[in-house]
Design a protein around this ligand. Structure first.
Ligand code: ADP
Ligand code: MG
Length: 569
């Protein structure tokens, strides 16, 4: 069989360079990444057989195996899962699909010092490539379940990799790391030590639902004699495989929850919030949901894969189950384990299922109330939440009228009241002036653009608070929601605004007199501006600027168009 040499895609090459020369202090996580990939591969195979997509696959003993060769200084992570075809290896291992990579590399170049790079690697995560933090050569041998031919991939991480079709290969994937000699002397980085490997697996991969086994070292049988230690050389299972969502809360540490989050979300950062939910009774299920600490870069694109993992009685059924959460909570990650669904439940069935809808309603309420509580219990984390996900959450004000109040209670809005802190509607209402009946807002590109608008002058002069709405979705929800606690949401830029109730404004008689005085001028202006305007009228909204353009309530704006585009409509 011939061996062909290929070049890595440019981004992949840069990432690899980074891994090779990594100063990342926590190298241990490479094993978490490889075990996580192996676990995904086993899940995929299990799923394929449930759907009869892999009739020839062997699913008799699905597991992950770790093997150390101290003399050769290699560590192998092996699974008998779905494997990869030759083409898949080129597509998945030779290139980087993650479109956030370019941005990541950019940031990395800017963060020239080692400490900066360390933090960034920890945030970004590099999956398979993290192996190059500890190895100077990586070999991957794989065979797709059901296929006859295997593939061998090898690279030293230096710009090229080789590919070779091989006749014989066990089903699944084996990744062999040729460990760096430099780490040999360092006990902290001795990845040939059984003790070290056990510790890492326990810390990062304990909840993995497949057994992670450590093979015994050949020739090491305790008493020093040769060959008679066979029974002592059983592979040892290192992880407890206990589903975290099924364990009592006080038995599980935050760290354990966070590791599960990293595995399912493919994120290297801790989540912002962990939400647990147990339902007993006729339809039993457990849910473990996570609010990430950062919005993914593709949250507003059509390709974004939303949804949580669905398990049935501890068996993984699918990733990205969309039916369990509404689109405006698409940033939430996690697991739902339902006891009474069939193992071969399909998307079509899920869409119809009454129980699934019930779960969705319950999860939605729970997420919303968690966010609302966060506002008071942990204002810093709430601020992070709002910065990252506020714009998505507000979509729910338009699409989910049943939960509108709960969503509003979880929302914040920038306001003229405070230059930094956004406000809850509830607090706005408490601050309303005597005689003020409406909640005022203005939409625009940015806070600054809005504050410079002539529409704001009268409000500033009279000290009437205005909400400053700068997300595209704001245009839509204010119309859909219309009012809050009986107070109309009113744009300061649309229609007539009457602030006379808020202070000792001009009397009606005075206004009438002014109207007569300026009637000639207004008539003349209306005539000369012709088609450009509907009407020219006297206004009490300005204090400095001589004139401003006002649109009628109900007119569309460019921001709206942008939003529909962002939502893919
Ligand atoms: P991620 O896991 O976030 O997708 P990785 O860099 O860890 O990114 O892996 C890239 C891809 O390579 C995976 O999505 C998967 O398709 C494939 N892959 C990696 N390891 C395995 C494996 N052990 N078995 C099958 N496919 C794998
Ligand atoms: Mg991975």
């Amino acid at each position: 069989m011939t061996t062909e040499t290929f070049e890595f895609q440019v981004e992949a090459r840069q990432l690899l360079q980074l891994m090779i020369h990594s100063v990342y202090s926590n190298k241990d996580v490479f094993l978490r990444e490889l075990v996580s990939n192996a676990s995904d591969a086993l899940d995929k195979l299990r799923l394929a057989t449930l759907r009869d997509d892999a009739p020839d696959a062997d699913v008799s003993d699905l597991h992950i195996e770790l093997e150390v060769d101290k003399d050769a200084r290699t560590l192998t992570v092996r699974d008998n899962g779905i494997g990869m075809s030759y083409d898949e290896v080129t597509r998945l291992i030779g290139t980087i699909a993650n479109s956030g990579t370019a941005k990541f590399l950019e940031e990395l170049r800017e963060a020239k010092d080692a400490a900066g790079a360390d933090g960034l690697i920890g945030q970004f995560g590099v999956g398979f490539y993290s192996g190059f933090m500890v190895a100077d050569e990586v070999t991957l041998v794989t065979r797709h379940a059901g296929e006859t031919e295997g593939t061998r991939w090898t690279s030293r991480g230096e710009g090229t990799y080789t590919l070779e079709r091989i006749g014989e290969a066990p089903q699944g994937t084996a990744v062999t790391l040729h460990l760096k000699p430099a780490d040999a002397e360092n006990q902290l980085h001795d990845y040939t030590s059984a003790w070290k490997i056990k510790e890492i697996v326990k810390r990062y991969s304990d909840f993995i639902t497949w057994p992670v086994r450590l093979l015994p070292e050949p020739g090491k049988d305790g008493d020093g004699s040769d060959g008679d230690g066979a029974e002592a050389r059983e592979a040892e299972t290192l992880n407890s495989m206990k589903a975290l969502w099924a364990r009592p809360r006080d038995e599980v540490s935050d760290e354990e929850y966070h590791e599960l989050y990293k595995h399912i979300a493919h994120d290297w950062r801790d989540p912002l919030e962990t939400i647990r939910l147990q339902a007993e009774g006729t339809f039993e299920y457990q849910a473990l949901l996570f609010v990430p600490s950062h919005a993914p870069h593709d949250l507003f694109t059509q390709g974004y894969q939303r949804g949580v993992q669905l398990y049935v009685k501890r068996v993984f059924i699918m990733d990205d189950c969309e039916e369990l959460l509404p689109p405006y909570l698409r940033f939430v990650k996690g697991v739902v384990d339902a006891q009474d669904l069939s193992l071969n439940v399909s998307r079509e069935i899920l869409q119809q299922d009454r129980h699934i809808r019930m779960i969705q309603r319950r999860l939605t309420k729970k997420v919303l109330s968690t966010v609302k509580d966060l506002r008071t219990s942990a204002p810093d984390r709430y601020a992070t939440f709002w910065r990252e996900f506020g714009a998505v959450l507000k979509e729910g004000l338009v699409t989910d009228s049943d939960n509108r109040d709960a969503i509003l209670a979880a929302c914040s809005f920038a306001s003229t009241h405070d230059a930094e802190e956004p406000t809850a509607l509830k607090d706005y209402v408490e601050r309303m002036k005597d005689g003020q009946d409406d909640i005022y807002y203005m939409t625009g590109e940015s806070r600054q653009a809005i504050e410079n608008s002539p529409h704001m002058e009268a409000f500033r002069a009279k000290g009437v608070e205005v909400l400053l709405l700068t997300d595209a979705v704001d245009e839509v929800w204010v119309d859909a929601v219309g009012e809050y606690e009986g107070k109309t949401l009113r744009s300061v830029a649309k229609g007539e605004i009457d602030l006379s109730g808020t202070d000792e404004d001009k009397s009606e008689a005075e206004k009438e007199k002014q109207g007569e005085e300026y009637a000639g001028l207004l008539g003349w202006m209306t005539e000369h501006l012709g088609e450009e305007v509907k009407e020219v009228r006297l206004s009490s909204r300005l204090t400095v600027s001589p004139a401003c353009v006002v649109s009628d309530a109900g007119d569309l704006t460019p921001a709206l168009e942008n939003m529909y585009r962002a939502m893919g409509q």
